[in-house]
Design a protein around this ligand. Structure first.
Ligand SMILES: [Fe+2]
Length: 389
């Protein structure tokens, strides 16, 4: 009886014999012939899948001290007026693009975020889409509706809605009753996804709508609470059902504060690791922000830059800069900052600091590192010894 060798063990050099009938060969015999043939084959035709040398040529090593704080382009202080959404006769999206300064190959207002003004002509429709995990819309003007893959909503001036990763564009419609049409301030995290080179494959929170009246009522309730004048600010942080349990932010990336700056008042300096994209919702003459990288022992910002607010406009505040908001006018002012602070909060690196506390540290010659107020930090030594007291 003859037994045919399995096809994967065959080799033309042996199999040509005996008119197609293959004699039984032991694995050792086959291997003895195969190995020298494979070596010859490798010399004649090198395996292109072995790329060790190519990969090796791509690595670079830097001396630690010279590269630990690399020289990236700074995030600019910039202000955009509302002219882009107030003028013109066409519907469209106007990116507030600082990519030239940030040196990104894609539109970006900040490394992780792109802010836009969206204008919709009265009675017309407009589609918007972003490769994003989170999209926040603030209604600057008008009323209308938005159709999404999760359903349709109606909106009016001052409303806020936030959408998770969308698989297709959303369609906005501006009611024809408003001759000036409608406009949004629209912020999303497409630059972050571009930087990572990814597309979202799941939604991380439910689409959520915040009505203007509800937000205003809540801020006013807080304003009238005893002791409210001692708070650093009078505002509310917006959160979805899922983020309310964790970071207390607008999404797992975005952070938003609906903030009242009462007439003839100012909010003392503070700073945080996330930058801010502040929409001036209502800004009477004499409202402005002072910002600078250093604080003195009195809790004052040293040599600050002044950025004046303009209703319907937006301004940037660089990460880590001290900033204080001022209202010298006789009217209340409103501001709606959006940040990527949810990411920092999740990482326990928001590092938010308030001027009076920091001034105290300076006076006491103390340097405070982390500001995250986690309790019961677990300390475990690998050798099992208890941590030093
Ligand atoms: Fe801030």
């Amino acid at each position: 009886m003859q037994v045919s060798a399995p096809a994967h063990q065959s080799h033309p050099g042996i199999l040509a014999a005996r008119n197609g009938a293959v004699p039984l060969a032991t694995p050792r015999q086959i291997q003895a012939i195969r190995e020298p043939l494979q070596r010859l084959q490798a010399i004649a035709s090198p395996d292109r899948s072995v790329v060790s040398d190519e990969w090796k040529s791509k690595g670079t090593a830097f001396e630690y001290g010279s590269a630990a704080n690399p020289d990236l382009s700074p995030i600019p202080i910039d202000a955009f007026t509302g002219r882009a959404h107030e003028s013109g006769t066409e519907s469209g999206v106007v990116p507030l693009d600082l990519s030239e300064y940030l040196e990104t190959e894609y539109p970006a207002t900040a490394p992780n975020l792109l802010a836009n003004f969206v204008k919709i002509v009265s009675g017309k429709r407009l589609e918007t889409y972003a490769n994003a995990t989170s999209q926040a819309f603030y209604v600057l003007r008008g009323r209308g509706s938005t159709k999404t893959e999760w359903g349709s909503i109606s909106w009016a001036k001052g409303d806020v809605f936030v959408l998770p990763a969308a698989s297709r564009p959303v369609t906005h419609h501006a009611d024809s009753d408003d001759k000036d049409g409608a406009a949004f301030y629209w912020v999303h995290d497409e630059p972050l996804l571009n930087y990572l080179g990814v597309k979202p494959n799941e939604t991380r929170f439910e689409p959520t709508l915040f009505r203007a009246q509800d937000m205003t009522d809540e801020v006013m309730r807080l304003r009238n609470e005893p002791g409210s004048e001692d708070r650093n600010r009078c505002g509310i942080l917006l959160a979805t059902e899922s983020t309310a349990k964790s970071t207390k932010t607008l999404s797992h990336v975005l952070w938003a504060l609906y903030n009242l700056l009462p007439a003839k008042s100012f909010q003392k300096p503070h700073k945080h690791s996330a930058l801010a994209l502040d929409l001036a919702v209502y800004a009477p003459q004499g409202t402005y922000t002072l910002m600078g990288p250093e604080l003195n022992s009195k809790g004052e910002i040293i040599d600050p830059v002044r950025v004046d607010w303009a209703t319907g406009g937006m301004f940037t505040t660089p990460p880590g800069w001290w900033h204080s908001h001022h209202n010298d006018s006789d009217e209340d002012a409103w501001v709606f900052p959006i940040q990527d602070a949810a990411l920092y909060t999740y990482q326990r690196t928001l590092n938010i600091r308030f001027g009076p506390e920091e001034a105290q540290h300076i006076q006491e010659h103390r340097q405070v590192g982390a500001t995250f107020k986690g309790k019961n930090i677990r300390v475990h030594h690998a050798n099992g010894t208890p941590p030093p007291l």
